[in-house]
Design a protein around this ligand. Structure first.
Ligand code: CP
Length: 321
C-alpha cells in the first residue's frame, strides 16, 4: 500500500487533532487524547508484527533536539520515527555549537534550513516548546520542558493504565513523591482527569505545590492511606537536579516515609498497579523487589511509549496546518 493511501485510510477513520503542535496535555481535548490512544493501539499491533515498519511518514524529516539528558524518551522517539519510515536527525546540546554560545532559535533555524518538518525537543526551561512553536515554522513536540509538562509520558501512562484496567473513568490514581519539580505529575494530572480518573498526590508537604488543590487534586500526606485508596500508584523520582534548597532532611528519611517496599505493597488490602516513569532510583522511591514485581508495569510503560509516540507524530504530520 502506498504511504498516502495508508495515511488516508487511518485518518478517514480517526479524524484530526485540534492542535498543530504537542506542547502539553493542558491544551488537548478529551477527543484529542482518545484519538492519540486509539491510534497508538493500532500502532502497537503494527510493531508487534514480524515486519514492524510502515511507510506512513516516508516523506517527513524529524529532528530530535535534546538540551537535557534522556534515555527512554529520546530512544523511544527515534525508534518510533524509524518504525514510521521518517528521516531522522539527532542533536544533543552537550556536543553541539550551543557550547560556543549559539541561541536556541539560531540552532533551530539552522536545523530547519536543512528542510526539517518536525522538531521533538527536550529543554530544561519551562515554556521552551511553546516559545519555539511561536518562532519557527515546523511542528513542535514537547519531550519535556523543565518542571512544566511531559505530554508523551502522560499519554503513554494513560495508555498503559487503560491496557490493564480498561476505561479510566472513576479509576483512582495516586502520584507519589516530588510533585513540585515533576513535569510528569502535571501532565499526568491533566491527562488522567480529562479521561475521567480521580487523582491524588502524596509526598512531603514541602514537595507538594501550594495551589495543587485548585487543579481538582486531593493531597494525602500518609503513603499507606494513599495506597489503600488507589487502584494505581505512580512513584516519582526525587528530582535532585531541580532542587535549589533542601526539601527534606535526608534521603533515608524520605525513603522511610514515602518509599514503596514489598512489605508495604503486600500489606495492602488489594493488589494495586505500580508505575514509574523512570529513571528509577532503586532503594529510594521504590525497592527493586517492587520495581520488578508482577504488580509493576514499568517496562510496559516503556514498550507503549513507542506506539504512543508513533501515534503523536503520525497525527501531527497529517494535520492540515
Ligand atoms: N521518563 C523519561 O522521561 O525518561 P528519560 O528522562 O530517560 O527520557
Amino acid at each position: 500500500m502506498n504511504p498516502d493511501s495508508y495515511r488516508n485510510r487511518f485518518q478517514k477513520k480517526m479524524s484530526h487533532l485540534s492542535v498543530n503542535h504537542l506542547l502539553g496535555i493542558k491544551n488537548l481535548t478529551k477527543n484529542d487524547i482518545e484519538l492519540i490512544l486509539s491510534t497508538a493501539q493500532n500502532f502497537k499491533e503494527v510493531i508487534n508484527r514480524p515486519i514492524k515498519k510502515v511507510p506512513s511518514l516516508r516523506d517527513i524529516t524529524i529532528a530530535n533536539l535534546f538540551f537535557e539528558n534522556s534515555t527512554r524518551t529520546r530512544l523511544s522517539f527515534e525508534l518510533a520515527q524509524k518504525r514510521l519510515s521518517a528521516d531522522t536527525i539527532n542533536f544533543s546540546a552537550s556536543n553541539s555549537s550551543v557550547k560556543k554560545g549559539e541561541t536556541l532559535i539560531d540552532t533551530v533555524n539552522n536545523i530547519l534550513a536543512m528542510k526539517v518538518d518536525m522538531i521533538v525537543m527536550r529543554h530544561a526551561s519551562a515554556g521552551a516548546a511553546v516559545f519555539l512553536s511561536k518562532k519557527v515554522n515546523a511542528k513542535i513536540i514537547n519531550a519535556g520542558d523543565g518542571a512544566h509538562e511531559h505530554p508523551t509520558q502522560a499519554l503513554l501512562d494513560a495508555f498503559s493504565i487503560q491496557e490493564k484496567l480498561g476505561d479510566l473513568k472513576g479509576k483512582k490514581i495516586v502520584i507519589v513523591g516530588d510533585i513540585l519539580h515533576s513535569r510528569v505529575a502535571l501532565s499526568n494530572i491533566f491527562c488522567l482527569q480529562k479521561l475521567g480518573a480521580i487523582v491524588k498526590v502524596c509526598g512531603p508537604l514541602t514537595l507538594i505545590p501550594k495551589h495543587i488543590r485548585s487543579l481538582g487534586v486531593e493531597v494525602e500526606l500518609d503513603l499507606k492511606k494513599a495506597l489503600e485508596w488507589c487502584d494505581v500508584a505512580n512513584m516519582l523520582r526525587i528530582q535532585l537536579e531541580r532542587q535549589d534548597i533542601k526539601y527534606f532532611p535526608t534521603l533515608r528519611e524520605y525513603t522511610m516515609l514515602y518509599g514503596l517496599d514489598k512489605e508495604l505493597l503486600d500489606s495492602l488490602s488489594k493488589k494495586i498497579i505500580v508505575m514509574h516513569p523512570g529513571p528509577i532510583n532503586r532503594g529510594v522511591e521504590i525497592t527493586s523487589d517492587v520495581a520488578d514485581s508482577k504488580q509493576s508495569i514499568i517496562l510496559d510503560q516503556v514498550e507503549n511509549g513507542v506506539a504512543v509516540r508513533m501515534a503523536v507524530m503520525f497525527l501531527l504530520a497529517g494535520r492540515q496546518g
